[in-house]
Design a protein around this ligand. Structure first.
Ligand SMILES: *Cc1c(COP(=O)(O)O)cnc(C)c1O
Length: 433
């Protein structure tokens, strides 16, 4: 019988050769030529291409400034320092995220307070931010998790009320829209990775974008000593990049003691990828929305995407996930459901990033030999958050799963992957024992 589960010796839902539907990024001769040009000019450590990439990137977002960095982690740390995060300060970050949204705070002798997420969005819950604000809070770091645009309007309202900076982590959501506005352009600064696993996939690298000249200058002062303008050392006539009177005397050396220059093999690929990104992203959106449309009536599975008609999008659907409602399938555990989907040849791995607030590094590690855990080394109170403190984040491993991340709109293949889910849900009762 065609609807018999593959797990119970029925035919698999996914039968077709999937071809290149999952291959990413798309690399053509244009990328190759761009990289070869850098190599042949021996310009790997230069910055001519990186500056063009920054201009392209800023222009795409309609922002005044972009700063290319060696990684997304570097861009986030530079953005945090540029926003004034320092000793004893606190930043508010969702606990459900990649570590780089949060951990750079430790290097600034600041610390992290985690907020919960909402089940529907997997993004920071705006209603769980204010209870974490103290007079030490400096910034909120919303993450557009797996492409879902965080609810920026209330976040900006809270930030304004308490005079906080908002650093958007856009590493999952390049090109995504929040109510018609590009993510990364709404906070005071948008920082992101463009490493090759992301939806805008370039290679090791990161950027931040901002309209605030001071944030941009501080980002340069932090990790780009070669760009602060060496005028006074060489006597050359060069445009003075750093104009902030606080920074000017230190031109020529990086405040952070870091060197965050972007590799030009990355920025060269970045320029080519960016040129084609909009069209490729549109195709991803068409494919992913088709997948979820096919599953609209299936109990137990819920799309992780903004409602239609909100003018919000999932960008390039980075690491696409789905939501699981076990109650609609008689309480079937996600692990069993996922096993059945995978037996069909489908994609379904339970869970997402682990809850950061429960990891030992955030609780016991004394990284800088303060004689106490780094998390509270510069704090006026014990702000660690034990198990039970962020219930939605802590339940997420049982309530979401990876789904196939299609890069092309090929309906026959997508239909088979959707069928894998439908079969598992239709046969939930048979999976119970
Ligand atoms: C990938 C990622 C980063 C870090 O970027 P790198 O380029 O790997 O340093 C930061 N935040 C999030 C949410 C990420 O997924």
């Amino acid at each position: 019988m065609a609807d018999e589960l593959a797990l119970h010796d029925g035919p698999k839902a996914v039968q077709t050769d999937v071809g290149d539907i999952f291959d990413w990024p798309i690399i053509t001769e244009e990328d190759e030529e761009a990289v070869l040009d850098v190599l042949h000019r021996r310009a790997m450590s230069g910055r001519d291409i990186t500056e063009k990439f920054e201009n392209d990137f800023a222009e795409w977002h309609g922002m005044d400034y972009a700063l290319g960095c060696s990684s997304g982690t570097a861009a986030l740390q530079a953005a945090m320092w540029a926003c004034g995060v320092g000793v004893g300060d606190e930043i508010i970050v969702p606990s459900l995220t990649y570590w780089a949204s949060a951990l750079p705070a430790f290097t600034l002798q600041a610390t992290i307070v985690f907020a919960d997420v909402t089940f529907e969005t997997l993004c920071i819950d705006p209603d769980d931010i204010e209870r974490h604000i103290t007079d030490r809070t400096k910034a909120i770091v919303p993450v557009h998790y797996c492409g879902y645009p965080a609810d920026m309007d209330p976040i900006m309202e809270i930030a304004e009320k308490h005079n906080l900076k908002v650093i958007e982590d856009v590493s999952h959501a390049h090109g995504g829209l929040y109510k018609g506005r590009l993510v990364g352009t709404i906070g005071h600064v948008g920082a992101m990775s463009v490493m090759s696993g992301k939806s805008l996939a370039v290679g090791e690298g990161g950027l931040f974008i901002t309209n605030d000249r001071q944030i941009w200058e501080r980002g340069i002062a932090w990790g780009h000593y070669g760009r602060t303008s060496a005028t006074q050392w060489t006597g050359e006539l060069e445009e003075q990049v750093i104009t902030d009177p606080e920074l000017v005397p230190y031109v020529g050396l990086p405040w952070g003691g870091y060197k965050y220059r972007m590799h030009q093999m990355s920025s060269a690929v970045g320029r080519v990828q960016l040129k084609h990104y909009k069209a490729r992203m549109d195709e991803i959106q068409k494919a992913m929305n088709y997948f979820w449309d096919l599953l609209e009536d299936v109990p137990g599975v819920l799309a992780h995407r903004p409602a239609a008609g909100t003018n919000s999008t999932m960008g390039g659907w980075y690491a696409a996930h789905g939501l699981y409602v076990a109650e609609e399938l008689g309480g079937l555990p996600l692990s069993k459901f996922a096993e059945a989907v995978r037996a069909e040849g489908g994609t379904c791995s339970p869970g997402a990033n682990f809850a950061l607030h429960l990891h030992p590094l955030l609780n016991t590690a004394d990284i800088y030999r303060h004689g106490k855990p780094t998390r509270i080394a510069n704090s006026d109170r014990d702000l660690r958050q034990p198990e039970g403190s962020l219930p939605v984040t802590e339940s997420i491993q049982q309530r979401c799963y990876s789904i196939p991340w299609f890069k092309h709109y090929r309906p026959e293949i997508i239909e088979q992957y959707a069928l894998a889910y439908r079969k598992a849900a239709d046969n939930a009762d048979k999976l119970m024992d």
